[in-house]
Write a protein that binds this ligand. Structure first.
Ligand code: HEC
Ligand SMILES: [Cu+2]
Length: 343
């Protein structure tokens, strides 16, 4: 076997030699040409506009988003390249069906956006990067000149003339956490509750007001509270509550605590930033307890929705109206009541 191979090799190489000579020369020429192209092209390319817009992220106490205003045109792809100059951040766009982009320190991540209508969007950080995380917001302007936002309905709290910053204590609180299941059993055998079950009624009344309205009925105190819990539960669904919970865990729990007790990881930082002299009306406050029945039973969904939409205007409670859709905010509101009712 070995002999056969040895014999064949010389005759093969004799035939191939002239060819391989040509190839060597062609390859050498190609190499020189490629080298020339590269040497000439690099300086030229430097003067061509970059295709992707580079976006740097860093914690808001240093600089946040850079740039923090981005322009785009309808129907023209917007290429973005992200990097982080410190910790992990996320790039999310409010009120848009867009899954957030993870941004890692020292690495580049690219994404392409395409807008089908003009408007102003807010981009924000989706990872808890530090206590000023929620300040990481930027504006995305889509449109040629004078971008127009879609006309928004007047928020309910403005229509109703509610003071979002006034305390809303409930004069009475139940002895035990009211159960929606118990309440719906009572409702199933009762009549005359249709008005109470409508969405419009629910949104503008506090649980206490509904409880109070039931005082001339045959029901005991705890039964009245259960009926209130059932009315509140009937205005949401398991899916909506699950969405509310997801949004709350990602966006609110760091301040309000995952059970709404106001004890999130950033609550102490937030309190430390506030000045005691300004604490009663303005200035940074401790995150509100959302699981305190003496306060939440006195708040209508319209009040909570208004506060979440508008924010605290300097209290440390961010403004979420630009980030979430109206449905998402109602689902957050419905979820907040699950801290005080058994659903
Ligand atoms: C950076 C900290 C912070 C984050 C994040 C935050 N909040 Fe708040 N929130 C506060 C503070 C502080 C207050 C109390 C001051 C005020 O009412 O303006 C408050 C108040 C509220 C209130 C008013 C409660 C009442 O009794 O009137 C609601 C409702 C609320 N937050 C919901 C939310 C929801 C929902 C989210 C997430 C989408 C959220 N908050 C995220 C700090 C925060
Ligand atoms: Cu962040």
């Amino acid at each position: 076997m070995a002999d056969n191979v040895n014999q064949q090799t010389p005759s093969n190489s004799v035939r191939i030699q002239p060819w391989s000579h040509d190839w060597q020369e062609i390859i050498a020429r190609l190499f020189v040409m490629t080298l020339l192209i590269v040497v000439l092209a690099v300086p030229i390319l430097k003067f061509l506009p970059k295709e992707s817009l580079e976006v740097h992220s860093s914690q808001a106490l240093t600089s946040g988003w850079d740039p923090d205003v981005i322009h785009a045109e309808v129907g023209q792809p917007l290429h973005l390249r992200f990097t982080s100059d410190d910790v992990v951040h996320g790039f999310g766009i409010g009120q848009m069906d867009f899954s957030p982009v993870e941004i890692l320190p020292g690495e580049w991540t690219e994404t392409t956006l395409l807008f089908d209508k003009p408007g102003i969007y807010t981009y924000y950080c989706t990872r808890w990067c530090g206590k000023d995380h929620w300040r990481m917001r930027g504006t995305l302007e889509v449109g040629e000149t004078n971008p127009v936002s879609p006309p928004a309905d007047l928020p309910l709290y403005l229509t109703l003339g509610l003071d979002l910053d006034a305390p809303h204590p409930s004069p009475v609180i139940p002895a035990n956490k009211p159960s929606a299941a118990t309440g719906s059993e009572l409702l199933a055998t009762a009549s005359g509750f249709n008005e109470y079950l409508s969405k419009d009624y629910y949104r503008i009344h506090s649980p206490f007001e509904v409880y109070d309205g039931l005082r001339d009925t045959v029901y005991s105190d705890s039964e009245r509270w259960s009926i209130v819990a059932a009315i509140w539960r009937s205005n949401t669904s398991s899916e909506k509550l699950a969405e509310g919970k997801g949004l709350f865990t990602e966006n609110c729990a760091a301040c309000h605590g995952k059970n709404g007790a106001g004890d999130g990881v950033f609550s102490d930082d937030l309190e430390a930033q506030g000045s005691p002299a300004m604490d009663d009306q303005h200035g940074i406050k401790k995150p509100a307890s959302l699981n305190d029945p003496s306060s939440i039973l006195g708040a209508s969904p319209a009040i909570l929705q208004g506060k979440i939409t508008r924010g605290g205007m300097g209290t440390g409670m961010p403004m979420w109206g630009v980030i979430f859709t109206e449905d998402q905010i109602w689902n957050l509101v419905a979820y907040i009541y699950s801290f005080i009712f058994i659903y």
